[in-house]
Design a protein around this ligand. Sequence first.
Ligand SMILES: Cc1cc2nc3c(=O)[nH]c(=O)nc-3n(C[C@H](O)[C@H](O)[C@H](O)COP(=O)(O)OP(=O)(O)OC[C@H]3O[C@@H](n4cnc5c(N)ncnc54)[C@H](O)[C@@H]3O)c2cc1C
Length: 423
Amino acid sequence: MPPVGRRIEGTRRTDTERETAMSRKKVLVLGGNFGGLTAAITIKHELHGDVDVTVLSASDEFLFTPSLIWVPFGKRTRADITFKVGPTFEDHQVDFVHGAATGIDPVARRVESTAGPQDYDYLVIATGYRNRFDVIPGLGPDGNAHTITTMDDAIRAGEGWRRFLDDPGDVVIGATQGAGCFGAAYEFLFNMSYQLRKAGLHKQVRLTYVSAEPFLGHFGIGGLPHGETLLGMFLKKEGIDAVLDTAMDHVDEGRLTLADGRTLDFGYAMIIPPFSGQEVVSGSTDLTDANGFVKVRDTYQSEKFDDVYAVGVAAAVDVPWQTPTPVGIPKTGFPTEQQAHVAAKNIAAQIRGEVPQEHKAFGDIPAVCVMDAGNNGVIILADKMLPPRKHGVLIPGPQAHLMKLGFEKYFLWKMQHGQVRLP
Ligand SMILES: Cc1cc2nc3c(=O)[nH]c(=O)nc-3n(C[C@H](O)[C@H](O)[C@H](O)COP(=O)(O)OP(=O)(O)OC[C@H]3O[C@@H](n4cnc5c(N)ncnc54)[C@H](O)[C@@H]3O)c2cc1C
């Protein structure tokens, strides 16, 4: 249960300012991470402060999720990759309420929350994802395999890693049917290989990658030129086995059973589940698809309500292909920021009495990603997230690892200072 709400007023207002404020529009942003922080501060800037913006977030910290892959190995702690969002919002005259939304009424324009009700003129839903551990029996905090998709999960995965070092066995890293966060699975796989080598265990441990992807390097975005070959070379060099295009059935203690009955024994397993929208969003059936993601137009307005927007993982994306084993779409940080900018500009236009002019379909946003491999990696660039594309390139080498290290520091600085206009 999140703590009871706390409000930090961004400014102390005079009587005249208070009167003006009463006629001002109120924008409520749910979630204060990649999408929410970017949207909230951008809206404030777009209208030169002439709007009330409130962020309601279940967490009072920003979390740089791409570094969760390093937490289990002790390379990062919570303090290294988080910061308190209250002061950032205060600096940009955005009110911050620490609390979880518990109900959305898009007709009454009201959100219920653990910190009390919040009325709005415009709503931005940036509540991200929830692990769908029920995809197969044996996943979850009390299950038989670790995951790394939240800070608590990554901390538990680290406790398991330290136990494993005392009593090693084989290792399975995977992503279930319906998962979309394949980049994190690959990064953890290659970081695991690197750590096994550092621990002197590389020769005695069999490391296996198990994925719903139809081929190596599909990544949930249909693959990129030479990606399959490159990933194949990486796996061969590291002595990693791959089981692809497979669904999982269940995980027992020390054993993964695939849908076709094959089994893989392990001393350590990390499995990425599919994501769904937060319960508060999926509870509002007027807004969402079957996975609890908000159905949006390319303006990031909800399909049904002009004054409700959704960005980032919370926004639904139609998967443009059918694979033998279902795969999800990776909704990464760069498209999340782009969507937040589009939504902010469109809300500002609506408040000015104009028609929203910004359009950017998810599939047309460029793909910009770094896949870390411990002391090596791959830079992934493409002109569009989804095919058909004109350009797509994977650049392997140690510079990718250095780039991820540098990017982490830069991005945390950028977000903590609310410099959301920077790339
Ligand atoms: C392990 C991992 C590694 C990743 N690596 C990369 C990478 O290398 N590069 C990349 O580009 N992307 C990466 N991603 C994807 C990236 O994390 C997402 O694109 C990004 O987090 C999306 O931001 P968001 O704001 O939509 O959601 P989130 O970051 O999930 O933020 C959601 C926010 O909503 C809040 N919230 C949740 N429920 C409620 C509620 N009921 N009421 C109010 N607030 C609520 C949360 O507390 C949080 O602040 C990775 C993801 C994971 C899990």
